[in-house]
Design a protein around this ligand. Sequence first.
Ligand SMILES: Cc1cc2nc3c(=O)[nH]c(=O)nc-3n(C[C@H](O)[C@H](O)[C@H](O)COP(=O)(O)OP(=O)(O)OC[C@H]3O[C@@H](n4cnc5c(N)ncnc54)[C@H](O)[C@@H]3O)c2cc1C
Length: 368
Amino acid sequence: MTGVRRLALVGAGHAHLHIIHHLDRLRAAGVEPTLIAPRQFHYSGLATGVLSGALEVAAARVDVGALAARLGVAYLACEASDIDLARRRLILDDGTEHEFDRLSLNVGSVTRDRRGLAADPGVWTAKPLDRLLDLRSAIERFLRARGRSPSVVVAGGGPSGFEIAAALAGLLERHRVVPDVSLVGAAFGWAPAAPITRLTRSLARRGVVVLPGEVLVRAGDHCVLSEGAQRPCDMLVLATGLEAAPIIAALGLPVDGRGRLRVTPELRSINDEGVFAAGDCGVIDLEPRPMAGVFGVRAAPTLLCNLTATAAGGLEPYLPQRRWLSIMDLGDGSGLALRGRFWWQGRSALWLKRRLDVGFVARVRRTA
Ligand SMILES: Cc1cc2nc3c(=O)[nH]c(=O)nc-3n(C[C@H](O)[C@H](O)[C@H](O)COP(=O)(O)OP(=O)(O)OC[C@H]3O[C@@H](n4cnc5c(N)ncnc54)[C@H](O)[C@@H]3O)c2cc1C
């Protein structure tokens, strides 16, 4: 195996799911990859469709273990819990160690929880997505036991908070129950005022109250908002922003304010040429972008090229797009599409979203 570079692919995020389809190209370049990731990948584009009850969980899930086996990629079904960068070793959560020459991280993000609310069993976080998908079962159990909507408070006024609140309304509507959902957010400036106003009105008609402020604490059956107001709260959902998955901090390399590894346009750490990152867990110093799946998808071909590059060169830069389409699933058969200042809300927006998202999952699962 002289001359073979051992590549550790940590996390089966959007970019690595592309890369493992190119084993021949990696091997031709003398690179032998090992994928280290949990068995299941949940695709965020379809997560709120599952939460609203429009889709089954299987629609948003990719069996990473089975995919790696079909593609012939070496696979370890675990998470990296620590990194010894000096010795080029990963410490895995099954207690074993894994050596590498090159490291590529596509481990995504987790929900930011500055107030330490997530430890309460009545609190669900937007990410990791398996936790969000558990929320649907918890609500359905509540409905069977009590025959009414739980009082759900969604904390966070960003697009995820709105989309989750809309999905919860959709789930309760599907069960023919009047939703009792509040969305509490500090700032609603993530889109032009017109679509936010229209969205807020349509949610109000469906029983979702949008309140300004922040959730400070959950206590018993209510939560306390900033300025002392209280809301009934059987369940609290945190959609309070995202930050890089915690393993990034273990690298000890430069990160930005959201814990993302600072990388060059070639997707390499600014301080270590053997460490690469793509998707939510990395940020290009001069081209920062919000966390969205599209960037992991678009970075994937560049990441593949650069992971197969030799020391002599062949690296390509990746320039993330300045405008991108994002479509929210509103849980009632309609969607809200946004691209820069342009937007539209309606059934056609959701139709387009499903087409793109179902297409992505089908492409990832395809092995022939
Ligand atoms: C409710 C909600 C809806 C969203 N909808 C959209 C949408 O419609 N479109 C869109 O573009 N974006 C959407 N986003 C944002 C999107 O989730 C992220 O931007 C996207 O998932 C990031 O992709 P990624 O490839 O970086 O990582 P991810 O898709 O998060 O994948 C990372 C993977 O790495 C694994 N992992 C984590 N830590 C480790 C470790 N230590 N070792 C090994 N594996 C690890 C994780 O389990 C996960 O499977 C949404 C977010 C939320 C919260």
